[in-house]
Design a protein around this ligand. Structure first.
Ligand SMILES: Nc1ncnc2c1ncn2[C@@H]1O[C@H](COP(=O)(O)OP(=O)(O)OP(=O)(O)O)[C@@H](O)[C@H]1O
Ligand SMILES: [Mg+2]
Length: 395
């Protein structure tokens, strides 16, 4: 069977705006950031080693397994995100890299060398916390200078002033050193936290949900700003988020986490186009899932029969877990892969069908469906091509 076709009734109709920010808009005039901070990565010799490597790392808190036998590598200079639901072990993973926690099992390497037993303050790593934790009793300058003033021997005053000035330029807060923390907006406080973390030239910057407290608009602006900053300073950024849109729009690579494990690691495109199972397909973007009993599967694809006796077929995901030994599977269809007829930039439809339940469809504005030809309540035909679907392990 090459195509599924059927009929359904439009339940609702919502115009969906394109959801990628086109450009950063700031609420004050500031010159473009100038990359004046010389970074640790510039002076580091190229070793060919990844910046961060986990080998069989677990972290248990009593009976709770927060990180469960995890292995991964993050190359130097990458923008990597860990994405997953609350409690899946994201913060614990960052704290292990930072050295605030020690693994129960396994080895963590930074720049090719094991850091097991190395205390946090001796690691070439800095962390921006889930709640940015600025010192409220210190002004902006003193907050940013904190890391430098902790060094022994302490750098000369003029050197500290120069470094803080450069850091303020980098995060586009020039001349704001005298401000008190409470006189700053949420986004400005966020940038002070970034400047404070960057001042010691870490090899790896760890960011734990750094944008969670910001409103949607400011969060989008800061996402672009963070990406620009990462390109300018060229150090490895490891970001933790449970916001899939944030991870997808910012990262070179993403690790999808579940119950202390990494389910899949790859580029945003790879995770979207070739999920290992239903969990990843559901976490990255949106999909319709049709579950059923496996009728047949081979290298070319799989077919299954739903509980309402509809036979559906789809190719396998390139990275899919094998279906062998499973009775049931799901067919996943992205909303933009489904065509509507007699019915149309991103208009979303929710179509009630008798055979497959509710199906989510996204149609381009240029199409007839997107132009508003289909009113709620109208009967429509819908279908998709076999190549527009994936057969997945229902895990
Ligand atoms: N110090 C601790 N003692 C006991 N259990 C802990 C400790 N820290 C974390 N945990 C547990 O480990 C698991 C993972 O926690 P973690 O903070 O890494 O989750 P997370 O993915 O960052 O979640 P969130 O998105 O809510 O911040 C949770 O079950 C949590 O309760
Ligand atoms: Mg957390």
């Amino acid at each position: 069977m090459e195509v599924y076709t059927g009929r359904g009734r439009c339940r609702n109709l919502t115009a969906k705006q394109g959801d990628r920010p086109q450009k950063a808009v700031w609420d004050w005039e500031a010159p473009l950031a100038i990359a004046t901070i010389s970074t640790a990565s510039e002076s580091r010799p190229a070793t060919g080693e990844p910046d961060v490597r986990f080998r069989g790392v677990s972290k248990r808190f009593g009976p709770v397994v927060a990180v469960d036998n995890v292995a991964f590598e993050i190359p130097r200079g990458a923008f990597h995100s860990f994405l997953g639901p609350s409690g899946c072990g994201k913060t614990t993973t960052l704290r292990l890299i930072a050295g605030f926690e020690q693994p129960t099992d396994g080895v963590i390497e930074i720049g090719g060398a094991s850091v097991v037993g190395v205390p946090a303050y001796q690691r070439p790593v800095n962390m921006v916390f889930q709640h940015y934790a600025l010192f409220p009793h210190l002004d902006v300058f003193a907050n940013i200078a904190y890391g430098l003033r902790q060094r022994r021997p302490q750098p000369a005053r003029a050197a500290i002033e120069r470094s803080v000035g450069e850091a303020l330029e980098l995060v586009r807060l020039p001349g704001m050193g005298k401000r008190r923390i409470w006189e700053l907006s949420g986004g400005q406080q966020q940038r002070v936290a970034l400047a404070r973390a960057l001042i010691n030239h870490p090899t790896v910057l760890l960011l734990d949900e750094p944008l969670a407290a910001l409103d949607r608009k400011l969060r989008r602006d800061m996402q672009i700003e963070l990406q620009n900053l990462q390109r300018e300073v060229g150090i490895t950024f490891i970001l933790v988020t449970h916001d899939q849109e944030e991870a997808l729009s910012m990262s070179d690579t993403i690790g999808i986490m579940r119950d202390g494990r990494i389910v899949q690691m790859g580029s945003p495109t790879e995770l979207y186009d070739a999920p290992v199972n239903r969990y990843v397909a559901d976490f990255v973007g949106e999909s319709n899932f049709f579950a059923g009993r496996i009728l047949q599967h081979d290298l070319a694809g799989a077919s299954l029969k739903t509980d309402k006796d509809v036979t559906l077929a789809a190719p396998l995901s390139r990275k899919g877990e094998p279906l062998t030994g499973k009775d049931r599977a799901v067919i996943a269809v992205r909303p933009e892969m489904i065509e509507l007829w007699d019915l149309g930039d991103q208009t979303e439809f929710s179509i009630e069908t008798t055979e497959l339940g509710t199906v989510l469809v996204r149609a381009p504005k240029a199409s007839r469906a997107g132009s508003g030809a289909f009113a709620p309540g109208s009967e429509v035909g819908l279908g998709w091509r076999r190549q527009g679907a994936l057969a997945l392990v229902d895990a």
